[in-house]
Design a protein around this ligand. Structure first.
Ligand code: XMP
Length: 508
């Protein structure tokens, strides 16, 4: 079994980041709810436990408190922020409300024996807390302090139990990774076994034991592509991939997907051109949510017809990632490639397929690494996310062939110019949207009433929040000139400078 560190989640926005940092130095880390039962925790058999930060106060009556058994397991424990205060409280110290400390503080190292070994005499550390340890529990030493936090890092004299008030997982903490390495590698003794090449071998071996045929819907996105290729390595021709072309894709995309799967990878691949059905379902519809619903319905119908006519299939493969698994509260860890029997994404129950989710233990950056190992072209695995309903959410009002063409050509110009400027991988999403607004322009000597195109380029790390990209003016000018020159019906180009919130990334 792969060595692992288990992180108990007390609700900090940084909880996932703790796992990701640990995985970066090749140790498997999983995030579990703070109230995980002891049986479940023991089944995971971690080499050490980290208690994350969280917004609560240990003194509040509804403070999240884990099962007391975790303190009796004899395993190394590291509390971060709220986790630190829990350890102080649990071992008999005192936590008090303090002035809120937020941002970077200078941490002075008082004892560099183990947790804070090798990071020098002081480092900048990222603080984000309202409570602090006023009285250190008996049998604990202060191993680091800041000006306002006298017990910013503590260590037990007798057990491998540690608490730190700051966040080692955020990049603003200097040597934060080194502190996590000290805990994970040296104090817990975890082996660095979590590498993507081992993941590929182990997953392919496990998937090879599945019997029956597998159906996998692919979209051209990195997740479904990698899921399909892993399964293909394991089951070969027993995999059938299907790509439903909804007619709402970016320029040339449908063709690229077919070439990649059928020609480059030799996968059983069917492309269904259902664009007419989607356009029919979208006729006269301008409400964004109705558009989404109609698109979803047609997709299910087309997919189901294919499954019915080409089966029987036993499995349905999906590119579900670790953050989705955590959100749905059903994390099972690396041993569980196969999820239970259930219906997904609105597919009708008579499909009665079991679900294969080979990526359910991976973060997006890990999926990209697997993609690289599997020979997926970089243009695919570094491609910006693209919404399921495609260009329909980038077209305000009714989706018409004219507006689709404008969004497609202008979108390609935006992406190409961004890539030429070397900025594509620095931005999160970049596209051109079009609606029903018209504005006057002068073309030749004639006044013309043309379409308005909106360019949107955003920076983000997780799509939850986003900021508009401060692109060089010369680049925006080039995009604008090309769009008006190459698309006759466009007279105006605007650049969207709303952040999310209050706006969203897509306009519909
Ligand atoms: P918003 O517009 O809500 O988008 O800021 C956040 C992220 O989600 C994508 N998005 C969608 N993806 N189906 C999808 O699969 C949808 O209906 C949908 N709407 C938005 C969007 O592209 C961005 O990455």
């Amino acid at each position: 079994m792969t060595d692992r560190i288990t992180v108990l989640d007390f609700g900090s926005q940084y909880s996932h980041l703790i796992c990701r940092r640990i995985r970066e130095f090749s140790v498997y880390a999983d995030l579990v709810p703070y109230d995980i039962g002891m049986d479940e925790l023991q089944r995971r058999n971690p080499k050490g436990i980290i208690l994350s930060g969280g917004p609560s106060s240990v003194s509040s009556p509804d403070a999240p408190i884990p099962d007391g058994g975790i303190f009796e397991m004899g395993l190394p424990l590291l509390g971060i922020c709220y986790g630190h205060q829990l350890i102080v409280d649990r071992y008999g110290g005192m936590v008090k409300r303090a002035n809120r400390e937020y941002g970077s503080s200078l941490l002075t190292i008082d004892n560099d024996a183990d947790l804070l070994h090798g990071i020098g005499s002081s480092v900048r550390a990222w603080m984000s807390h309202g409570d602090e340890a006023e009285q250190v529990p008996g049998g604990f030493d202060v191993v680091g302090h800041t000006e306002s936090s006298k017990a910013a890092a503590i260590a037990s004299q007798t057990e491998p139990v540690y608490g730190i008030q700051f966040h080692p997982e955020v990049v603003h903490t200097e040597q934060g990774t080194r502190i996590l390495e000290n805990f994970v590698l040296h104090i817990c003794g975890a082996r660095q076994e979590w590498t993507m090449d081992k993941f590929v071998d182990a997953t392919v071996a496990r998937l090879s034991r599945t019997e029956g045929s597998v159906l996998c819907g692919v979209s051209g996105g990195v997740d479904s592509t990698v899921a399909a290729l892993l399964i293909h390595r394991a089951v070969g021709d027993r995999l059938q991939c299907v790509f439903v072309d909804n007619g709402l894709l970016r320029m040339g995309e449908a063709n690229e997907i077919s070439c990649m799967f059928a020609d480059n990878f030799g996968v059983n691949f069917a492309a269904i051109d259902a664009s007419d059905s989607f356009m029919e379902a979208l006729r006269g519809v301008s409400d964004p949510e109705v558009k989404r619903k109609r698109i979803g319905e047609v997709f299910v119908r087309v997919f189901t017809e294919f499954a019915k006519g080409n089966g029987p299939f036993r499995w349905l493969a999906q590119g579900t990632l670790y953050p989705d698994v955590i959100e749905s509260g059903v994390s099972k860890g690396p041993a569980a490639v196969i999820k239970s029997h259930h219906n997904v994404g609105g597919l009708p129950s008579w499909l009665d397929l079991e679900v294969l989710e080979p990526l359910r233990d991976l973060y997006k950056d890990e999926v990209r690494e697997v993609a690289r190992l599997l020979g997926v072209p970089k243009e695919i695995y570094m491609r910006h996310p693209f919404p399921g309903p495609g260009l329909a959410v980038r077209i305000m009002g009714e989706v018409t062939p004219e507006k689709l063409e404008i969004a497609r050509v202008a979108g390609r110009i935006v992406e190409d110019e961004l890539a030429d400027a070397g900025l594509y991988n620095d931005t999160w999403q970049a596209y051109a949207a079009v609606g029903d607004d018209k504005a006057v322009g002068v073309v030749g000597d004639e006044r013309m009433y043309g379409n308005v195109v909106m360019i949107r380029v955003v920076d983000s790390t997780d799509a939850m929040t986003a900021d508009w990209s401060r692109l060089p003016h010369g680049l925006l000018e080039k995009m604008s000139n090309r769009i008006t020159n190459e698309i006759d019906s466009v007279t105006w180009v605007t650049y969207a400078i709303s952040s999310k919130p209050p706006a969203t990334i897509e306009p519909q």
